[in-house]
Every structure is written in C-alpha cells, then in structure tokens.
Design a protein around this ligand. Structure first.
Ligand code: PLP
Length: 402
C-alpha cells in the first residue's frame, strides 16, 4: 500500500521564503562575529515615523483591540482611496484591508480562481507569487519577452497575447511595477497596452504597486487607466510595507477591486482571519493620512547612485539601470563556468550567491528565485557602509574567480 504524504502535496514542495531565509543566514553570520554586507532582504531601514508608532500605541491604550469589520476600518478604507487618488472612481466598499499585500494577493487567487485555472505572471515574478498560486491550486505561467527583445526584463502586449493564445482560459494576469526584483518600472504606455489586452480577453489585470512611491529621476508612478471599460477587470494591490521606513512588520496592505471581487475577498477573510489586527490598522491610517514625505525616496535614489558608482567598474558584472523600487539587478552570466579559489564551480546564481556569502559575507538574492537565472538581486535599502564595503568585497571575490 502506498503511503500518502503527511502534508498536502502542493505545500509539501514548499521551501521557506528565500528572502526571509537570507535574513536568517545574515543574522547567523553576524552572531558569529563575521562581517556581513547585507544586500539581501527587501526591507526599508531606519526609524519608524513617530506619528505611525504613536497611532498604533494609542490604539492599544484606548482598547481598540476587539474584533472589527473584516473589510477593515472604514476610515482606513477611505484613506486608501485618498492615498491612491481613486476617490472619484471607487467607494470604500471597493477596498479590502489585508494582513500585508501578501494576504491581498492570496485572497485574489482564492476569490477568483477555481482549482486547475491558469494565472499569468510577468517575466520576473516576485518570490511568493508562485507558491501562493500553487497553494490556491492554480497553475502559474510566466510570460517571457520574445527572444531578442530590447529590454528582456520586461514584457509587452504581444508577449501577453501570445501567452493568452496558449492559455485562452487564463483567469488573471499579475504584474508588479516598480518590479521586485529587477527595479524596472513599466511606463504608462506599456501598462496601458497590457491592460488593454486583458480587457479585450476579459482577464483580470492585477497590478501589484507596492513600491509605487519609490520612482526616481523626477518621474512619478504611471497610474493605470480607470474607466467603465477597465474597471471590471482592474485590481490594484498596495500596502504600508515599502514606501515608509520600518513598516514591513506592521503587516497592513490593501486591495482596490471591482465591488463583487472586493465583497468576495471580504467574505473569504471574514472566515480565515477576521480581517487584520485593529491596532496596526490605526498605525497604517496615520501613515497614509499624513502628507507623504519623499525623504525615503530621495535617500534611496542617492543610495542607488552610490551603488552604481561602486559597481560600474567591477569586471564580470553588468548592472541594469534602476528607475524604481530599491533593487539593482546584476547580470552575472559571465561568472558562470568559472571556478572559486577552493575549486568550487560557479554554474548558477545560487552558486555565486553562496560563494559571495561564504567568502566575503555579502548577502544577495539569486535570480533563479525570481525565474531569472543569470542574475543577482541587490537590495540597496541598506546602510551606505554596506554598499561601499560590500561592493569592494564583491569586486575582490569576483577577481579571484578563474
Ligand atoms: N509584492 C511584492 C512585489 C513584494 O516585494 C512584497 C514584499 O516583499 C509583497 C508583495 C508582500 O508585501 P507585504 O509585506 O505587504 O505583505
């Protein structure tokens, strides 16, 4: 008799989130007194703004700790519409507050897809998209740019159409911009062309815009078109985690969706978490109600420039321009086929990331975690001395490859 696995088959294949694993490895090295130059985790550093901290503390002091509306605080849902400037097109009933953007994304899969459905992702999907899809019993398909495309880290309308011909019953297309891991930003025209394809095919267009305030060089985030044609198919996911300092652990996100989709998501979460924690919703409300301080964006732009300056002369690295988010994407394919001083072969981005960590304490994220073998993701939301010393260490480590 064959024994059934003790775990659900889908979940049994999961490994811990790579980015959280990197945080653990870096902490382990630091605890042993070894140097760590941390480009691993996608998390803003610095202090939590006092007005966010105080709003959360006040909520606890005032006893705002009972069950709440599973859709989220009404005031927070209204504030989300102001934050995203969507008050003309949506009401608070179209907004769902979630436990981080992550839960919003997972609820979208659960609310829209039946088991066996196909969902489409853009070419460098963020690490958790695929596990979420698999946990929701849907099949993820990554849309790739055509061979020889000018920017092979972005896809266009023809790429999406091609994939929709192959998977005509695809349920949704999920795109992230500014992109984690590549730091690319889809322009207004590129976004509109992809949205148009989804509308034509009656496929949901899910836009994960979690880094939307972090667009550099004087540009602003290109908003998707919201009107009678697009609204039934457009879903926007955002949250508190990235556009402020030290807010990832507050665990508040939000989704703005057509009313029927928002209702389904609320019904769902009324059963599985009763909505996010109330005190942290108050913290988020304070965060997005204040005039947005562009200090974080400007500081990250400065760090991006520092990083590019420090890396541009390192042999074997090709560094992509980074118009948004806080990730630099390094093309490291010319390291493949080399050997480390200890005789280890570098055949993949995991081999190289492991070598950099073990030889020099440099923490990076291998591109294969994002379906982009041949690259390393570098988070520059890290102190300046990590950027300068870390890049020096990378230069030295790569110079010893033979
Ligand atoms: N989407 C993207 C592109 C992310 O980078 C992350 C977090 O790293 C998330 C979603 C999840 O965000 P949250 O921490 O708000 O759940």
């Amino acid at each position: 008799m064959t024994r059934r696995s003790r775990l659900a088959a889908a979940v049994d294949t999961f490994r811990p989130s790579l980015t959280l694993e990197l945080k653990r490895l870096a902490a382990e090295r630091a605890a042993r007194g070894l140097p760590v130059w941390d480009f691993g985790l996608g998390e803003t550093k610095g202090d939590l703004a006092p007005f966010i901290r105080d709003a959360g503390s006040r909520a606890f002091l005032n006893g705002a700790t009972q069950y709440g509306d599973p859709a989220g605080l009404a005031d927070l849902r209204k504030a989300v519409l102001r934050w995203l400037d969507l008050g003309r097109d949506y009401t608070a009933d179209d907004v769902v507050i979630t436990t981080g953007a992550k839960q919003g994304l997972f609820s979208i899969f659960l609310a829209l897809c039946d088991a066996g459905d196909t969902v489409l992702f853009d070419s460098a999907p963020w690490v958790s998209y695929e596990p979420m899809a698999i946990a929701a019993h849907v099949t993820p398909v990554v849309v790739q740019p055509a061979a020889g495309a000018a920017n092979h880290l972005k896809i266009d309308a023809d790429d999406l159409r091609r994939e929709l011909r192959a998977y005509p019953a695809a349920r949704l297309f999920l795109i992230n911009s500014p992109v984690n891991p590549t730091g690319q930003v889809y322009s207004a025209g590129e976004l509109e062309a992809l949205l148009q394809v989804c509308v034509e095919h009656r496929v949901y267009f899910v836009l994960d815009r979690l880094y939307w305030r972090l667009v550099f060089d004087g540009d602003v985030f290109p908003e998707p078109r919201v009107d009678a044609e697009t609204k039934p198919w457009l879903i926007q996911v955002d949250g508190l985690s990235k556009n402020f300092r030290r807010t990832g652990g507050i665990r508040i996100g939000w989704t703005v969706a057509p009313g029927d989709v928002a209702r389904a998501m609320v019904n769902l979460q009324s059963h599985y978490n009763s909505g996010p924690a109330i005190p942290t919703q108050h913290a988020a409300l304070a965060g997005i109600s204040a005039t947005y301080d562009v200090e974080l964006r400007d500081d990250l732009e400065r760090k991006r420039n520092l990083l590019h300056e420090a890396t541009c002369r390192i042999p074997r690295l090709t560094v992509w321009p980074t118009p948004g988010a806080f990730y630099s994407f390094w093309d490291v394919r010319s390291c493949f086929g080399t050997t480390t001083p200890d005789g280890g072969a570098i055949r993949s981005s995991v081999d190289l990331a492991t070598y950099l960590l073990e030889s020099s304490g440099v923490v990076t994220a291998p591109g294969s975690a994002f379906r982009q073998e041949g690259y390393l993701r570098i988070s520059f939301a890290t102190p300046d001395d990590h950027i300068l010393n870390g890049c020096r260490a990378v230069g030295e480590a790569l110079a010893t490859l033979r």
